[in-house]
Design a protein around this ligand. Structure first.
Ligand code: ATP
Ligand code: MG
Length: 264
């Protein structure tokens, strides 16, 4: 039954979702260079912006999921438009083409952390992990200050390039200004983002773990970390009293980095 359901879904997607190919131009402006991702929410193209003469990324919403995804599309575009931070791609425009819904945004150089960890098998030291998470946390502090909660901080949604870090994918974000859920649950939504920062940090730290990962062994036993890093993680993951302020996380990360540097 489940297989049948899956097949119907795929056929429906194939009939309804128009996918464009390399070389085609969307809305007379965006020439497709590559399909970056054929995701569940939408199709993501790397394009050449003929007007601005620069590379950009275009996200197309799946028509087969228009009902469920219209909210995410609106949320993501509204939020990208209101944010202005070097670590977040800027919205170029929203547009419709051949009855399909799109938006274009700044292209960000780099690989997402999921590909970096699993394909490139990049290993990070504890200090490097903290340096990366410090940049991510600074972006989170900025968006929280603007009343935005990301809601989906995960390794595929963070792009790294040399020293630069970008946070993408605001499809599941909450906006305090427009969203009732955010108004009522601001504190919880902030804590959820903090928890995800903790989870993200663990992923990075495990990159240089070469022991065997045993099922029921907690990270506290598998990773040998500086006590300050362990404390930060425990607070982020709400094992110890959680953080209430984003800035407090940043301060603790600074401290952990300097303690690690001193013990080098
Ligand atoms: N502005 C950008 N610059 C460069 N690459 C990008 C940009 N936006 C997205 N990408 C690439 O496309 C991938 C998917 O983007 P994004 O996370 O926004 O889509 P998604 O909504 O998660 O899709 P899905 O439906 O699979 O969940 C990213 O991991 C990244 O590799
Ligand atoms: Mg994503």
């Amino acid at each position: 039954m489940e297989v049948l359901h899956w097949m119907i879904k795929k056929v429906r997607q194939r009939i309804m979702d128009q996918q464009y190919s390399i070389g085609q131009t969307l809305a007379g402006r965006y020439e497709i260079e590559k399909v970056l991702q054929n995701g569940s929410y939408g199709i993501i193209y790397l394009c050449w912006d003929l007007d601005a003469n620069q590379r950009c990324v275009v996200k197309q919403m799946r028509k087969s999921k228009r009902k469920e995804n219209m909210e995410n599309y609106k949320q993501e575009t509204t939020i990208l438009q209101m944010l202005d931070h070097a670590g977040i791609p800027k919205l170029i425009e929203t547009f419709e083409y051949e009855d399909e819904q799109f938006f274009s945004m700044e292209f960000v150089e780099g690989k997402n952390v999921e590909d970096t960890l699993f394909d490139t098998k990049q290993k990070y030291s504890e200090r490097e992990c903290l340096e990366i998470v410090k940049k991510l946390t600074a972006i989170i502090c900025y968006i929280h200050e603007k009343g935005v909660f990301h809601g989906d901080i995960r390794i595929p949604n963070v792009l790294l390039h040399n020293d630069e870090l970008h946070l993408i994918d605001f499809g599941l974000a909450h906006n305090l200004h427009t969203d009732d859920k955010a108004k009522e649950n601001g504190e919880q939504l902030a804590r959820d983002d903090f928890f995800d920062i903790g989870d993200f940090l663990l992923f990075l730290l495990y990159s240089s773990y070469d022991g065997e990962t045993k099922r029921n062994r907690p990270w506290t036993e598998e990773l040998s970390l500086h006590p300050k890093t362990t404390q930060i993680l425990k607070r982020l993951l709400q094992i110890e009293p959680p953080y209430h302020q984003c800035e407090a996380i940043l301060t603790d990360i600074w401290e952990a980095i300097s303690l690690l540097s001193a013990s080098d």
